[in-house]
Design a binder for this molecule. Sequence first.
Ligand code: ARG
Ligand code: ZN
Length: 872
Amino acid sequence: QLVRLADYRPSDFLIDTVDLDVNLDPHATRVTARLKVRPNPEGRENAALALDGDELKLVSVAIDGAELEADAIEVSPERLSIANPPRGPFELTIVTKIDPTANTRLMGLYRSNASYTTQCEAEGFRRITYFLDRPDVLAVYTTRIEGPTDETPLLLSNGNLMETGPAGRGRSYAVWHDPHPKPSYLFALVAGDLAKVSDTFVTLSGRTVAVEVFVEHGKEDRAPYALDAIKRSMRWDEEVFGREYDLDVFMVVAVSHFNMGAMENKGLNVFNDKYVLASPETATDGDYANIEAIIAHEYFHNWTGNRITCRDWFQLCLKEGLTVFRDQEFTSDTRSRPVKRIQDVRALRAAQFAEDSGPLAHPVRPQAYAEINNFYTPTVYEKGAEVIRMLKVLIGPEAFKAGMDLYFDRHDGQACTIEQFIACFAEVSGRDLGQFMLWYHQAGTPEVTIRTAYDAAAKTFTVTAAQRVPATPGQPTKQPAVVPMVTGLVGPDGADMPLVIAGAPAGPVFALTEAETTLVFEQVPVRPAASLFRNFSAPVKLSTDLTDDDLLFLAKSDSDPFNRWQAGQTVALRNLVARVDAQRAGAPAPEEPRLAEAVARAFDPSETDHAFAAQVAALPSEGDVAREIGEDVDPDAIHAARAALKLDLARRLAGPLAAAFERLVDEGPYSPDAASASRRALKISALDYLAAGGAPDGVARAKALYDGATNMTDRIMALQVLSLSASDARDAALADFHDRYKSDPLLIDKWFLIQASAPLPDTLDRVRALMTTPAFDIRNPNRVRSLVGAFGSGNPTQFNRADGLGYAFVAEVARELNGTNPQVAARLLGAFKTWRALEPVRRGKAEAALRAVAAAPGLSPDVGDIVRRALG
Ligand code: ARG
Ligand code: ZN
């Protein structure tokens, strides 16, 4: 059944303090919760006290020390109701018994590899004890943990450590106190035998904070990068947002069984180990970048999420969109700002635009949900971040900063709504942000169509922008949004012309607020090339009447690096679509030789920004082409078109590519810093072209790079290049990789992923075979994502096999996981998010696979919700 935003009402009761006593046992952990409860003045009078539970077993319940008789309560695994609780403050004591070993859902308290971990967001705390498990109930927590000293010498929870010592009978205990009131989803507990790598950080105001990273014994040498990233995040949040850390200790724990990336529990972040552990021999440049960004993201939640939290789960983007924005800014300040923007936009289009155009589309702030876990989406996170970025563009950086300061000031310690957040910016800027709110309400990617006209006699340049938001499930009609269009007019000399409208300086930010907006630029001496939506100033789908000549000129001359990149991509995308059309019509492939000139610049020795060059050199993805085509999509035709363009470029640029590879291949000792990583990225890009179509010479180079690799980036990238086509070199390298790294699950994940994403006809058989090997463990979400997730969401031709076996396979694994880990099962089905855009044969097979899941007995809410919405 649906939970609706419109039905929100304040809790009838509040909980001021929580005293938890967790007595750990693999199968019978006993949890005693002593809660100080009082009626909420904003709640209903004389209401029953109804606490949430999930698979709980009640041992006893008492009010002010007096145990309640069975007839005073109503209890089930999902609920504990007390019809007539005291009408003033009282103490409620609840004892529950749980089995952490049997908890395969990895929500609540679970045990894996002999350690205990919790995951409570969104609704996992109710799997530990009966509670008002909603984010607007904020309490001060004191947690006593007790466990066997040999198995769990380490006992961690939120806040500051108050006491620790022996508890008798070979057991120890620790008491933690978190002075900051928090919702239950931020509770955490970790117990196990882990190694600690630590450092200290002195805050702006001079307090010394212990910074600690916990990893498995023997992996201490893989922790320093994450540790350093924490300290850099702390400094950055002080400098840029004026936010200081607020406890004596900040802890990060790496765990190997984890449903998501990481979790921002107060003072005790829990991380998927793949986003903590890094060494040159085991982590790629991409891993280092991810670790840095996710450490920053979770740390930044301390203010945006924890100190100020969400009133209800509809407001998820209040913390997630804002915190993604903050981590993007951190990375932009730490690495290359334009390259970060390009990478983020690539990812946004791949994941969010795809979601927004299909049956799972939903607003940044949804109005209703059946299962909140299915709304941790690219729309809430990444589009949510774009909305914040647009707000900053529209009101300007000073007003944005003032609005953030006001928000922190006014709402510290509260559970808030998007309206309260936006009100801060309206207030400081004096702007009416009513129309802006549509970005939170309306699903779908706005389509902006641009027509331009130059009048040589009048010296005017007219830009007409029409916007339209497509219909999405439940939202047949839409209103025009306020779309910030940052614009430049680039003259033939490559310089930006002054922007003059009605005789006065204008722009560069133009807010499109109507279905159609016309801008007449004056005093324009020659026809310019319009550089529109600079730095991707709004998350829209853009189509323009710019010619390929205009775009190729912008690709060379635009002062905006994002649009320099985008212009080249647009030309490539147009060519790819034309190639697909031609192929399906049996016509010869249309060529665009000038594209080679643009790509050649990336490999020119004079190009010193290697990271940017690597982005320029990378063609639009198969997904980009599929979305551009929009309907009746044939993934094989797209793959063939893209492969042909790549080969065409490789042939035209054979000399420069080989020279670039030779120039870039020799480097000193490995360092994960951005400049060194960029050099490797460009080198791999050259190699990827050189090996296009399985060219023997390129394959030989890839094999040599693989064999001689001194770091994981080179090794994995070479393996990736080799894996795009079948060859003996590929088989040998895959076997070698397995031999070298078979004892390291995170590296076997890379090996899984490369094989699962290979665009080869035997991939599905291989994936099925790999699932039966001991290295695979269906209980471990990282294994499942690397093999089955990568096949479903990262292999367009093989998942979309015309015989439908790819769909059937992913559906089958999702059904298998439905009972043990519904969250991971539901995620796998995300692979179907664009199924309606497929050509009829595949569409039919995809639908049949979804219908088979829908008809299966015992569907979890997670899986049931996804298939129902996917089928519409
Ligand atoms: N809050 C976490 C983060 O973004 C993610 C939690 C995901 N939870 C879930 N139920 N899927 O950092
Ligand atoms: Zn987050």
